[in-house]
Design a protein around this ligand. Structure first.
Ligand SMILES: [Zn+2]
Length: 431
């Protein structure tokens, strides 16, 4: 991805650095050749040359670009589990996924960790984004996911004689688990996503939110293979035992970690394993899912999951653990483009402070991606991946859900979206 050239000064804004430190009231950022040269108080800033391009934050907020930590580029309009699989051909899904990436960037998400994709689409999207062929967040890829046969993600009945080829690698036992992980190594993914447990989406059936869908030996086979090749591994873990198993297998991240026990929390903290709760999805499923025909058992399961997940997230943050912000957007009731509703949820429903939530959504997100040395906070030497918002985000977190309030979304100092980008394209089209 190309970096900006020359100097840019972002001034007249409250600076929120992404590290959780106190905001700087009159903050300034100096960008040189796409990287941050200075971020801090205006009064202590080094001199700025007259040729620097200036961006006025209009008294609003200057913060790091957001990181969507649980992103599914290929999900769209999902109202039922089978909608996740090959409902449409790969060609069309690829185009929709590209549009979703553009939208995520316009929503202020300058980076995203894919948590499962149809076929190998996210790997090639990442390539296209890195080549500046198409706009989108800096991606961490995962390709197809792994689940054991008969588990949550193996829903096609045998009489239909179709598998789950688009979305899943189905396994039985550690030998097949290792083979699936090795296939993903060859596909070029960075993360391997597994399904150690069921979900409320299957509540009332054999793979509900308390069901185990992979055995510990299968999880260890995936994790050991992934680690041997320098890949990371994560898992959809709701059932208490699935969380413990993921920690025993040395997973690098846990998705949801819904029904957390004290024992699992101790293990999580000592390994410093991050968790991505994804709770707005549960709230929206419970409150809106009825309109899309979700059964009462499924809705009840989502309420139970919301309750468990909220307690778990609060326990983790209070104990000093790490949480990423992201959340399965792409369902009918949580469409792409509403990603920041996750942040609003954590402030308004879970009682986190806006500063805590922003730290989770920036620095911790970058840490989960393994790229916190490059982005995720406003510090000298890091890429100028910056979001400038018209208004005080710490006073009103919901501003992050309002794209029309974005003055600029920058990657490597290049303005990619927001009002300032519109101004620039107006200028270029009139010239
Ligand atoms: Zn997901």
């Amino acid at each position: 991805m190309k970096l900006a050239t020359g100097a840019i000064v972002i001034h007249n804004g409250k600076l929120v650095d992404g590290n959780g430190g106190a905001p700087v009231a009159d903050g300034i950022i100096i960008v040189r050749d796409g990287k941050i040269a200075y971020a801090g108080a205006a009064e202590t800033a080094p001199p700025i040359g007259p040729d620097a391009q200036r961006i006025d934050a209009r008294g609003g907020t200057i913060m790091p670009g957001l990181v969507e930590a649980h992103f599914h580029a290929t999900y769209f309009n999902v109202a039922d589990l089978p909608d996740l699989d090959t409902k449409y051909p790969a060609e069309y899904v690829t185009l929709r996924a590209a549009a979703n990436c553009r939208l995520a960037l316009e929503c202020g998400y300058t980076a995203a960790r894919s948590c499962g994709s149809l076929f190998n689409i996210d790997v090639w999207l990442k390539t296209a984004i890195e080549e500046d062929l198409h706009p989108g967040p800096r991606l961490a890829t995962s390709g197809r996911e792994i689940c054991s046969r008969g588990g949550l993600m193996d829903w096609n009945p045998d009489y239909r004689q179709i598998g789950m080829q688009g979305l899943m690698l189905l396994i039985d036992g550690p030998v097949e688990a290792r083979a699936a992980a090795r296939k993903l190594v060859k596909d070029g993914v960075e993360w391997i996503k597994t399904y150690p447990s069921g979900d409320a989406a299957a509540a009332g059936g054999a793979n509900d939110q308390h069901a185990i869908c992979m055995d510990l030996d299968e999880m260890k086979a995936v994790a050991d293979t992934a680690h041997n090749h320098g890949l990371k591994v994560t898992g959809h873990c709701r059932a208490a035992q699935s969380i413990k198993n993921a920690l025993l297998a040395k997973y690098d991240c846990i998705e949801h970690a819904t029904f957390m026990t004290n024992e699992a929390l101790d293990m999580l903290l000592s390994a410093n394993t991050p968790v991505v709760p994804a709770l707005q999805f549960e709230k929206a499923s419970a409150t809106l899912g009825g309109q899309w025909g979700l059964s009462q058992a499924v809705i009840d399961g989502h309420w139970e999951t919301l309750d468990g997940g909220m307690q778990s997230a609060q326990m983790i943050l209070k104990a000093g653990g790490r949480l990423g912000m992201g959340g399965d957007y792409g369902f009918a009731w949580t469409p792409h483009g509403t990603y920041a509703d996750e942040l609003v949820f954590f402030v308004k429903d879970a009682g986190f402070t806006p500063l805590e939530v922003i730290t989770c959504a920036t620095r911790t997100g970058a840490e989960i991606m393994g790229r916190d040395m490059e982005f995720g906070s406003l510090e000298a030497g890091k890429l100028a991946d910056i979001l400038i918002v018209d208004g005080d985000v710490l006073a009103d977190i919901s501003l992050l859900s309002k794209r029309d309030k974005f003055i600029a979304v920058m990657q490597g100092g290049v303005v990619k979206a927001g009002q300032y980008a519109a101004t620039m394209s107006d200028l270029s089209s009139s010239s």
